[in-house]
Design a protein around this ligand. Structure first.
Ligand code: NAD
Length: 428
């Protein structure tokens, strides 16, 4: 999804190889875990509103299901690639393991741009995706969810198509559904809130008060919005936020020393997380170049847009004021940038721990679907906070015990859990 030379799957494999070496993992288990268990590639024909037929390519990758059904989102993006989906499926395996929920790792994608498709065309893509994959997903096999540029409505169309095919109610086939239609309260804000729960714990560790801490966020979509929401409620100030403007085909950063407020952000973004420049002007936010988010003199950086956003070209631009990077996005930091972050002694909450709030709440959604009994929002968020805090503490303890980078510590916990499950099952 980023530049041609960047391959997220190679990056995911490099991260894995480094930790497998540190863990002394045997060669068979390494070979088994560095690639997905299975993947599906298919075509989805769509009758366009103008009467023509267009064919969209779809993918579903199940990286590992030794600890439970595969779990992971479906993304709609014009630059989606199978290697991006493979990388994200792999990270889902480590993510479900690090928060210790009984699920594996999967991911899906369709090469399409929903910003340029009508609702009817998008519905056909959703239903077509399920028709191709229905036999290979399900509450006991693989459970999709929303991700970049997919939403509750897409999930509901997908669930409906699956139920048509199976001839029965299956709310647990997919998560991220609307509340009242099998969705869980708290799911919309779960990923962003999870970013803040781990940020809170990290700030405690490095002795910085959340109240008054300043933050710059890359992205203005679901994760960024709810990260900002809880940061604001916790007394921190978000001084800059960025987005991709699809009309201008470039990114912008919006900065405000007084702080960007959640209510203003919600009033200024469209459903794809693009900030309306006129609204930004009305609120007095300064419009800067898209790359400016990383150069802000703040305490915390939150990349919450997409992969490969902190890399060898821009990592040195991070100011000395930055003490923490909380990775809301998946794969935002390249291994080259990781080396610099370690040298600068910036504390890092790695992606598959930091943004695990979404999948944890998706797991709660499935539990509620299975019981056909739904919890109050507070109950969901309290359970989410407990899971995220426990996971953070375990990773941080491992980092101290083994004297390793937080990303490596998170990998050590996850890889060990997954490798043990594969071994116990007799797979390796
Ligand atoms: P989204 O589609 O709601 O928002 C993405 C945001 O990133 C948009 O505001 C877009 O304008 C912005 N963006 C894209 N390219 C940009 C660029 N070059 N510069 C600045 N901004 C840019 O997506 P989301 O759900 O918020 O997901 C964001 C990231 O978090 C992704 O990496 C996703 O995989 C990850 N994630 C999401 C969830 C979830 O529950 N939504 C869970 C875990 C991880």
């Amino acid at each position: 999804m980023a530049d041609q030379a960047f391959n997220p799957f190679e990056m995911a494999q490099r991260q894995f190889d480094g930790v497998a070496e540190k863990l002394g993992l045997d060669s068979g288990t390494r070979e088994f875990l560095r690639v997905p268990l299975r993947e599906f590639h298919f075509s989805i024909p769509v009758r366009m509103d103008n009467g023509s037929t267009r064919v969209f390519r779809g993918f579903r990758v199940q990286h590992n299901d030794s600890r439970g059904p595969a779990k992971g989102g479906i993304r709609f993006h014009p630059h989606e690639t199978i290697d991006t989906v493979r990388a994200l499926a792999t990270w889902m395996t480590w993510k479900t393991a690090v928060v210790d929920i009984p699920l594996g790792g999967g991911k899906g994608g369709v090469i399409c741009d929903p910003r340029e498709l009508s609702e009817k065309e998008q519905e056909q893509i959703c239903r077509g995706f399920i028709r191709q994959i229905a036999k290979n997903i399900g509450p006991l096999q693989d459970v999709p969810a929303p991700d970049v540029m997919t939403n509750k409505q897409h999930m509901l169309w997908m669930m409906d198509e699956y139920e048509h095919i199976m001839g029965a109610q299956f709310p647990g086939v997919i998560t991220g559904k609307p509340v009242g239609m099998g969705g869980s309260l708290g799911r919309t804000e779960a990923t962003g809130y999870g970013v803040v729960y781990t940020t809170r714990e990290a700030l405690k560790e490095i002795g910085i008060d959340m109240k008054g801490a300043t933050v710059s966020i890359q992205g203005s979509g679901n994760v960024a919005q709810y990260t900002l929401d809880l940061l604001e409620q916790s007394g921190a100030r978000v001084c800059a936020i960025s987005c991709w403007d699809n009309k201008d085909k470039k990114a912008y950063t919006y900065a405000s020393d007084a702080g960007i407020q959640f209510a203003q952000l919600l009033a200024s973004v469209d459903k794809f997380g693009t900030i309306d420049p006129a609204k930004a002007k009305e609120y007095g936010w300064k419009q800067l170049d898209g790359s400016a988010w990383i150069e802000q003199p703040v305490t915390v950086l939150v990349p919450a847009a997409q992969e490969n956003m902190i890399n060898a070209d821009n990592v040195e631009k991070i100011k000395d004021s930055v003490k923490l990077i909380a990775e809301g996005a998946n794969g935002p930091t390249t291994p080259e940038a990781d080396a610099v972050i370690q040298r600068k002694k910036i504390f890092l909450v790695p992606d598959f721990l930091c943004n695990a709030g979404g999948v944890t709440c998706s797991y709660f959604e499935q539990v509620q679907n299975n019981m056909n009994y739904y919890w109050e929002r507070d109950e969901v968020l309290t359970k989410l906070d407990q899971k995220m805090t426990n996971a953070f503490k375990a990773v941080s303890a491992m980092a101290k015990e083994r004297n390793v980078y937080m990303r490596d510590a998170a990998y050590m916990i996850s890889i060990k859990r997954v490798a043990d499950a594969c071994r116990l099952r007799g797979w390796v």
